[in-house]
Design a protein around this ligand. Structure first.
Ligand code: 13P
Length: 306
């Protein structure tokens, strides 16, 4: 019989033997986190992909991360370990929707969340992540911004950049959008004194009640550096679980049991093993025009954020 531990050991040997680097998003399971070379938020993953010398990267995350890595590293072999791991928000709008919106809002800068396909990024001016969105929107010269596809993140940015005019293509993250202010009020009553840390893709009513708002990496850093002992984690439940392993002296609770991203949960250790054995997964390939145009949009993010 195989065990998690045995499979992890086999993966560690195989990745060394084959010179493969495993890159995972912070929402990944603890079992994969332990064998990954890098685990980070969306922004850092794009930097790591460019920095790593390996020719082959296994991406343990949703398709949009793998596509973004491919755009940035066209010569590398980028493998999405589970080809079913999509992001419903990234699929919310078609290229035609975005082209129509562009005509409807002439003069607006088109700003897209990284949770979009490369095809959509190719139509936009600037890509942002949750950790760079406010700074990017402040810095772009344009005073009118059309933001897609997350209206919650967009509204949060708009509240921080009141000097600019925002319009939205209104999609949302179905996982974060399920959490309500009532969920927060209930959890505050159960655990008074605990700090509420929330991802900016939660709704405005939830964010209003949070002690801290930030990307997955910002949430992890806040919990690490805070002197508080109890934390309520308002993002995918993997973060609360990871924090509990990382800082056993503190207590971490998910804000709601609704905070489960099905697309991240389907990515298993077996998927990673299969990819290392040369079966399963999907090698990302992009049309050359999409590759070129989306690179401009993604590079703008680095330009604006140093
Ligand atoms: P970050 O890791 O960049 O915060 O993104 C998380 C995410 O994808 C939210 O849905």
């Amino acid at each position: 019989m195989l065990t998690i531990n045995l499979m992890q050991r086999q993966i560690m040997e195989l990745k060394k033997e084959k010179g493969v680097v495993i890159v995972a998003h912070n929402y990944i399971s603890q079992a994969i986190r332990e064998i990954a070379d890098h685990v980070a938020d969306s922004y850092s993953l794009t930097e790591i992909a460019q920095r790593t010398r390996s020719e082959t990267l296994l991406i343990c995350g949703a398709r949009y991360i793998a596509e973004t890595c491919k755009v940035l590293c066209p010569k590398k072999k980028i493998i999405l370990v589970n080809k079913e791991a999509n992001c419903p928000m990234a699929e919310r709008f078609t290229a035609d929707d975005v082209k129509r919106a562009k005509k409807q809002y002439p003069g607006y800068a088109l700003v897209c969340y990284i949770n979009t396909s490369a095809e959509i990024k190719a139509l936009c001016d600037v890509c942002v992540t949750s950790s760079t969105a406010v700074n990017s929107c402040r810095k772009i010269p344009n005073n009118q911004i059309l933001f897609l596809p997350d209206v919650n993140l967009g509204s949060y940015i708009a509240s921080k950049v009141p000097e600019k005019t925002f319009a939205f293509l209104e999609g949302c993250c179905p996982t974060h959008a399920k959490v309500t202010a009532e969920d927060v009020i209930k959890v505050i009553a159960e655990r008074p004194g605990a700090k509420i840390l929330a991802h900016p893709t939660c709704g405005p009513d939830v964010l209003k009640l949070a002690d801290f708002i930030g990307s997955t990496a910002d949430i992890i850093d806040y919990a690490k550096n805070s002197s508080a002992e109890e934390f309520i984690i308002g993002t995918e439940i993997a973060i609360a679980e990871h924090l509990q392993y990382a800082f056993p002296e503190k207590r971490f609770y998910p804000l709601s049991k609704k905070l489960i991203c099905r697309d991240m949960k389907i990515i298993t250790l077996h998927d990673v093993y299969d990819c290392l054995m040369g079966r399963g997964g999907e090698e990302i390939e992009l049309a050359s025009q999409v590759q070129l145009r989306s690179l401009i949009c993604i590079n703008k993010m680095f330009e604006l954020n140093g």
